[in-house]
Design a binder for this molecule. Structure first.
Ligand code: ADP
Ligand code: MG
Length: 779
C-alpha cells in the first residue's frame, strides 16, 4: 500500500486516532504497554513450565488460591500456569497478545481486541485467574448459544484449577439454574442474570434465591452489553387486564390518512394529529374536547395508536411470526428475544396486525441492563469495538479501555465508501460487485440495515444468478451455523447488522486464494462503531480480506438526520457521486445520529436514576427485614402507636416469618403500583409539554413524591393485615393474600420513535428553528 493510500485507509485512521488519544490522555483510554514487562515475565515463566510434569503443573494450578492478583509476581505466575494448562488441555497456546489482554483485564482494564484474535481464550485465562483467587465469576456472553459453547470449551481448563464451570441458558429449570449459579465460573447473558435477579427479589426467603451475590464480571462484546443494551429495562411482570378503549381506537386510527388527519414529521420520528383527525376522534368517542384534562388518557392512547400505524413498520421494526409480534433489535438486526414495547404500543401494533392482543402486563419489578452490570464489584471486558466505546464506558462505568495489537499484522483492505444518488443505483452497483467477486470464487458477506433490505437484496442477486444464504431476524436459530460457513469458497451470505457476532468465520484455502472474505455494507449504520464491527468480519488473524460500504443519499442515516440542500457537482452515468463534499455530508449525518443516540442514552438514564435509587432503598429494607429480627421489630414499632404490644407479639419466633412475609408482600405490591404509575407517566409525560413544564423534572418530582407515599402505604397495609390476622394463620393464603400467580419476563424496547423526552426536545428544537428541518450549506 502506498503512503497516500495508507492515509486514506480507515484502519490506519483508527490507529492514528488511538495514538492521538493516547498522546492527549483522553478520558477512558488506557495505555496497556505499561503491562509489557509483566507479559514478558509470563512468557519466560511459562517457557519454564513446559518441562514440568502434569501432576506438578496441576499442583501449581491448585495452589493458586493463595495468590494475590495485585501482586505482580503472583499475577505473572498465575497467568503462566493458566497459559500452560490451556496448551495442554485445550490444545491452544495463547499468543503474546492474548497474554497481554489477559494481564490487562486482570488489572481491570477493558481491552479492544479485533475479531478473530481469540477473545474466548482470553476470557478463560481471566476467569480462571479471578476464580482461582476466590472470586465468583460471571462471564457475560452475547447470547445463549455462545454461553453454552464457551462454558463447554473452557471446562477442562477450569477443572485443572479445581474450578467448576457451567452455563445458564433458556430452558433450564429452577433446580438446574440453582446448581449452575453455584459454579465458580458461570457463563450467561446479562439478560439471564438480570431476570433471575428480578425473580429472586420476589422470593420471601434468602435460601430460595438463585443468584448468589454478584462479584466479578468478564463481559464479552462489552460495548454490545453496556452501550447497545445498557438502557434496556428488564421487566418482571404479572398478568393484568387489557385496557378497554384500545380496540375502538385502532379502528378509528386505521381509517385516517397521513396529511389529512395526521402528519408525520420530516425525520419520521413523530406524528401529530391535524384538526380533521382531532374532530374525527372527538366524534368517534363522543367527547367535546380531546385536549381537556379529563381526556389525557384517551389522547395518549390515540397518539400511541397513531405511532403504531404510521411509524412502526413490519419487517423493519418487527416481524410477525407464529401469530406474534416479534421485535427486531435495532443494533443487531435480529429478533430480540422476549422483548416488548411499552404496553400500549405493543397492543396497538397487535391490533394493527389484526392478531390477538397478548396479556397486558402489570410490572412487578424492573431494572436496567446497566444496573445489572453495576451490581458487580469487579468489571472487565473485551470487544473488537471497545475503543470507540471508551468514552462512554468511562463516563458510565468508570472503566478504562486500551488496545491490544493484532497477533499478525492485519492486511485487510478497507475501501473508501462508494456513494450513490439513490438506493436503487447503490444496490445495482453493489450487486454487480458481488456478482464479480462471486464469479472469482471470493466469499462475500453483505451487511444490510433491515430484514426487508436483506430480502430485497437477496432477490436482486438471485435475478443475477447468484445464490445466497440469507441470515436475518426470521431464521436466527441457524445463525451460528450459517455464519461459520460464510468463509467458504464462493459463499454469498446476506446478513442483517450484527448477526453472528461472536461466531468465527474461517476462511477456506481456496477462498483465501481468491482474496479472502469481502465484507460489503449496504448503507452505513447509525454508528461508526457498528460499521467497524461489520468490517472486522473480514481479514481475521492476518487473513486476506476486504471491506467496502455502498451508500446512497436515500440511506436512513442520511434521510433521518439531514436534509441536504444542494446537488452534487459530479455524478457518473451509473449514479455514483464523485463530489467529495457529499462524503463529508454522509459522515456528518452519521455523527448527528451518534449524537442523538448518546443524548437518548443520557436522557433515558436520567429517567431511571431516581427509580434506581428508590429501588436500592427498597431492597435494603427488604434485606433487613429478611435477615435481621431487630429490623422487623423496628419496622413494626413505627407503624403501631407507642406502647402497643403488637410489634412484640409479631416478632416472637413462631409469628415472625409470617410478619416478614406480610411486610414484604405489601412492599412489593406498593412497588409494583409505583412502577406502573411511572410507566403511565412516561407515556403521557410529553403531553405536559403543553403546560410548558420540564418533563424530566416533573417526572422526578412525581416519582419521588409517590415513593414516599409508597413506604407509608406498605406500612399501613402491613399493620392492617396483621391486626386482622387470626391466631392460627401461618401463611399468606390464610390471610387472603396471594402473590401474582403467573410471572413472566420481558425487555422493554425503546420506542422506535424515541423516548418521550426525546420527542420533547425535538418539539422544542423545531419550535426554535421555526419548523425548518436542519440544512447543510456550504459557502
Ligand atoms: P474472537 O472472540 O476474538 O473473535 P474467538 O475467540 O472466536 O475470537 O477465536 C477465533 C478463532 O481463533 C477460534 O477458532 C479459536 O479456536 C482460534 N484461536 C484463538 N486463540 C488461539 C491460539 N492461541 N492458537 C490457535 N488458535 C487460536
Ligand atoms: Mg468472540
Amino acid at each position: 500500500m502506498g503512503r497516500l493510500e495508507q492515509l486514506r485507509d480507515p484502519s490506519s485512521w483508527r490507529r492514528a486516532f488511538v495514538l492521538v488519544r493516547r498522546f492527549r490522555q483522553e478520558p477512558g483510554t488506557a495505555n496497556l504497554r505499561r503491562f509489557d514487562p509483566l507479559v514478558e515475565a509470563v512468557l519466560r515463566e511459562r517457557a519454564a513450565l513446559h518441562g514440568l510434569g502434569d501432576e506438578a503443573l496441576l499442583e501449581r494450578a491448585r495452589s493458586a488460591a493463595t495468590a494475590d492478583l495485585a501482586d505482580d509476581g503472583d499475577l505473572v505466575g498465575l497467568v503462566a500456569v493458566a497459559s500452560e494448562v490451556a496448551r495442554r488441555r485445550l490444545g491452544l497456546e495463547p499468543f503474546g497478545v492474548q497474554l497481554s489482554a489477559a494481564v490487562s483485564m486482570l488489572r481491570e482494564r477493558v481491552v479492544d481486541m479485533a475479531t478473530g484474535e481469540g477473545k474466548t481464550l482470553v476470557g478463560f485465562l481471566v476467569a480462571a485467574g479471578l476464580a482461582a483467587t476466590g472470586r465468583r465469576v460471571h462471564v457475560l456472553s452475547a447470547n445463549d448459544y455462545l454461553a453454552g459453547r464457551d462454558a463447554h470449551a473452557g471446562a477442562p481448563l477450569f477443572a485443572a484449577f479445581g474450578l467448576s464451570c457451567a452455563a445458564v441458558v433458556d430452558g433450564m429449570d429452577h433446580a438446574a439454574r440453582h446448581a449452575a449459579y453455584r459454579s465458580d465460573v458461570v457463563y450467561a447473558t446479562v439478560h439471564q442474570v438480570g431476570f433471575d435477579l428480578l425473580r429472586d427479589r420476589q422470593r420471601p426467603a434468602a435460601a430460595q434465591r438463585l443468584v448468589p451475590e454478584l462479584d466479578a464480571a468478564v463481559i464479552d462484546e462489552i460495548d454490545a452489553v453496556l452501550l447497545d443494551d445498557a438502557m434496556v429495562p428488564l421487566v418482571l411482570a404479572g398478568d393484568a387486564e387489557p385496557r378497554p378503549e384500545g380496540a375502538s381506537l385502532a379502528g378509528a386510527v386505521a381509517a385516517m390518512t397521513a396529511g389529512v388527519e395526521y402528519e408525520v414529521d420530516g425525520e419520521r420520528r413523530n406524528v401529530s394529529l391535524l384538526e380533521a383527525g382531532i374532530r374525527a376522534l372527538e366524534e368517534h368517542f363522543g367527547v367535546d374536547d380531546l385536549y381537556a384534562e379529563d381526556h389525557v388518557g384517551l389522547l395518549t392512547a390515540a397518539h400511541v395508536a397513531l405511532h403504531a400505524q404510521a411509524l412502526v413498520h413490519r419487517d423493519v421494526h418487527y416481524i410477525v411470526a407464529d401469530g406474534q409480534v416479534r421485535l427486531i433489535n435495532d443494533a443487531r438486526g435480529r429478533v430480540a428475544d422476549r422483548q416488548r414495547w411499552p404496553d400500549g404500543l405493543h397492543a396497538a401494533i397487535e391490533r394493527k396486525e389484526g392478531i390477538a392482543v397478548t396479556a397486558q402486563a402489570e410490572v412487578l419489578d424492573q431494572m436496567l441492563v446497566e444496573t445489572v452490570a453495576r451490581g458487580y464489584r469487579v468489571v472487565t471486558g473485551m470487544s473488537g469495538t471497545a475503543l470507540e466505546a471508551s468514552e462512554r464506558l468511562a463516563e458510565d462505568l468508570h472503566l478504562r479501555t486500551g488496545t491490544i495489537p493484532t497477533n499478525r499484522p492485519g492486511i485487510r483492505v478497507d475501501e473508501r465508501d462508494r456513494l450513490y444518488l439513490t438506493a436503487e443505483r447503490r444496490d445495482a452497483a453493489a450487486a454487480g460487485r458481488v456478482q464479480a467477486a462471486h464469479g472469482a470464487g471470493q466469499p462475500v458477506l453483505i451487511g444490510t440495515a433491515s430484514v426487508a433490505d436483506s430480502e430485497r437484496f437477496a432477490e436482486l442477486l438471485a435475478a443475477r444468478g447468484v445464490a445466497t444464504v440469507v441470515l436475518n431476524a426470521k431464521n436466527d436459530a441457524a445463525e451460528a451455523a450459517i455464519i461459520a460457513r460464510a468463509g467458504e469458497h464462493g459463499a454469498v451470505t446476506v446478513s442483517t447488522q450484527m448477526a453472528g457476532r461472536g461466531v468465527d468465520i474461517r476462511l477456506a484455502p481456496r477462498a483465501a486464494a481468491a482474496g479472502g472474505l469481502l465484507v460489503l455494507g449496504l448503507g452505513r449504520y447509525d454508528s461508526a462503531r457498528l460499521d467497524h464491527q461489520l468490517r472486522g468480519r473480514a481479514g481475521r488473524q492476518g487473513d486476506p480480506g476486504r471491506s467496502v460500504f455502498y451508500t446512497s443519499l436515500d440511506d436512513d442515516v442520511v434521510t433521518e438526520h439531514l436534509i441536504i440542500g444542494l446537488d452534487p457537482r459530479s455524478v457518473d452515468p451509473d449514479g455514483r457521486i464523485n463530489d467529495k463534499r457529499f462524503r463529508q455530508v454522509y459522515e456528518h449525518a452519521q455523527r448527528v445520529a451518534e449524537g442523538k443516540l448518546l443524548q437518548l442514552h443520557r436522557t433515558t438514564r436520567r429517567y431511571h436514576t431516581a427509580t434506581d435509587q428508590h429501588r436500592r432503598l427498597l431492597l435494603t429494607t427488604r434485606e433487613a427485614l429478611l435477615a435481621d429480627p431487630a429490623a422487623l421489630e423496628d419496622y413494626l414499632t413505627r407503624i403501631w402507636p407507642a406502647g402497643s404490644d403488637e410489634p412484640r407479639r409479631w416478632t416472637r419466633p413462631a409469628r415472625r416469618s409470617l410478619a416478614v412475609e406480610v411486610a414484604l408482600y405489601h412492599l412489593d405490591r406498593a412497588w409494583a403500583r409505583h412502577l406502573n404509575l411511572l410507566a403511565e407517566l412516561r407515556e403521557g409525560i410529553h403531553l405536559r409539554v403543553l403546560g410548558r413544564q420540564d418533563p424530566l423534572e416533573e417526572f422526578n418530582l412525581i416519582a419521588t413524591d409517590d415513593f414516599r407515599t409508597l413506604a407509608h402505604e406498605a406500612a399501613a397495609a402491613t399493620r392492617d393485615t396483621l391486626a386482622a390476622a387470626s391466631e392460627d394463620a401461618t401463611t399468606l393464603a390464610d390471610l387472603g393474600l396471594r402473590r401474582p400467580s403467573s410471572t413472566w419476563t420481558y425487555m422493554v424496547a425503546d420506542n422506535p420513535f424515541g423516548s418521550e423526552a426525546d420527542r420533547f426536545f425535538e418539539f422544542i428544537g423545531r419550535a426554535l428553528r421555526g419548523d425548518r428541518p436542519p440544512a447543510i450549506s456550504y459557502t
